[in-house]
Design a protein around this ligand. Structure first.
Ligand SMILES: [Zn+2]
Ligand SMILES: [Zn+2]
Length: 382
């Protein structure tokens, strides 16, 4: 692959100054004001509210609603996402989502992924925004759906004044309300912005470097529960890259993903609808395929001749598990085809459908048992 020409790309001064000055202001002003004047509990409370509102507007709004269309949202909710997403200062929805869709399409490609983790931590975290790299060239041809939304067109057109108004106006209003304008500007203004920026940027950098790959190793995206805590659930990035149309990133019920809980709760109020979920079977198939891939790689590293008896027995058990995995896949395809055929002819009886659904559930149960067995075998191989 040709090396991208990066050294001579012109610097984007507006971004470079914004990131540098806000970081410097946070590092200097927060301890100085804290020591000389002290922050009130209202300063900290508003800081937390704005921080979470900015974070969730990016994860639930920019990312899962607009970039991936994993659900539909009422216009009131979209407006709230827009206000706090604009405040997060991560560019317009058009620019953010267009770049993000390109990231998914060309993930890890050094020439086409705008924040390819292959180009290192610095580049994928923030460097990609500091220069006009060819990989980051704006091209809105991949967001025809978003361009139809008048709210988004308005935000894109007036992005700079709107972003300035949100970043100064909201902390200022809170400062006037709680009688501490400077404390609020420093905490709910500057520190909130810097914190919010870097935790989001971790998804492009750390979440492509640190963690596990249970669903696919075709790309560098990782699942990382620690990152999930600071990023409102976006740390389950390996799952996200393979099933990007799912409104959940942490797919298991116990995985820390406040964004999925928010989207699901708002459905009860009628503010979200048509939440997309990946079928259980597809998730299990991906998990098992990875288990077999890993087991094969480990077996290949073991000596072929004169292997101990227990290794031979493990080899045989894994081969047997693989056969039954392939049989389950074939069975699933057969049942699904039958179900779709019936649906097409529109002649199926209710009990037929119930019967077929039961068959599919049984295959899922078989696969989840097999997954447990494979994990045990994997532990013996390690
Ligand atoms: Zn990614
Ligand atoms: Zn994404």
């Amino acid at each position: 692959m040709a090396q991208p020409s990066t050294e001579h790309a012109p610097i984007v001064w507006a971004n470079a100054l914004m990131f540098a000055l806000t970081l410097a202001a946070a590092v200097i002003l927060v301890p100085w004001y804290g020591l000389t004047h002290g922050f009130s509990s209202a300063d900290w409370a508003v800081f937390a509210v704005f921080l979470i509102a900015n974070g969730m507007a990016i994860t639930a709004g920019y990312h899962r609603l607009w970039a991936h269309r994993t659900y539909e949202a009422h216009w009131i909710l979209r407006l709230v996402y827009l206000v706090f997403g604009t405040m997060a200062l991560q560019n317009s929805v058009f620019a953010w989502c267009s770049g993000h869709r390109t990231h998914h399409l060309h993930v890890d490609d050094e020439d086409r992924d705008p924040y390819s983790a292959r180009r290192g931590f610095w580049f994928s975290h923030i460097g990609w925004m500091l220069r006009e790299y060819p990989s980051g060239r704006e091209d809105f041809s991949n967001i025809p759906d978003l361009k139809k939304d008048p709210l988004l067109r308005f935000q894109h057109r007036y992005y700079v004044p709107l972003a300035l108004a949100a970043n100064f106006g909201l902390p200022l209003a809170a400062g006037v309300l709680f009688h501490d304008v400077w404390g609020m500007l420093i905490l709910a203004g500057v520190l909130r912005l810097v914190w919010s920026h870097h935790v989001t940027f971790f998804i492009n950098s750390l979440a492509h470097m640190w963690g596990t790959r249970p669903y696919t190793d075709d790309n560098s995206a990782r699942d990382n529960p620690v990152l999930a805590v600071v990023t409102y659930g976006e740390g389950y990035h390996n799952f996200h890259h393979i099933f990007a149309h799912d409104y959940r990133n942490g797919v298991r019920w116990w995985q820390w993903d406040p964004t999925k809980w928010l989207i699901a709760s708002l459905q009860l109020l009628g503010l979200t609808r048509r939440l997309k979920r990946t079928p259980v079977f597809q998730i299990q198939r991906a998990l098992l395929a990875m288990q077999f891939k890993r087991a094969q790689a480990r077996l290949a590293r073991l000596p072929a001749a004169g292997a101990a008896a227990h290794i031979e027995s493990l080899r045989a058990r894994i081969a047997h598990e693989y056969e039954s995995f392939l049989a389950a896949l074939a069975e699933w395809a057969r049942v699904k085809e039958q179900w779709l055929g019936d649906k097409k002819r529109a002649v199926r009886e209710q009990w037929d459908q119930v019967h077929l659904q039961r068959c599919l559930r049984e295959i899922e149960t078989r696969l989840s048992r097999q997954l447990r067995r494979m994990r045990l075998l994997q532990a013996q191989l390690a």
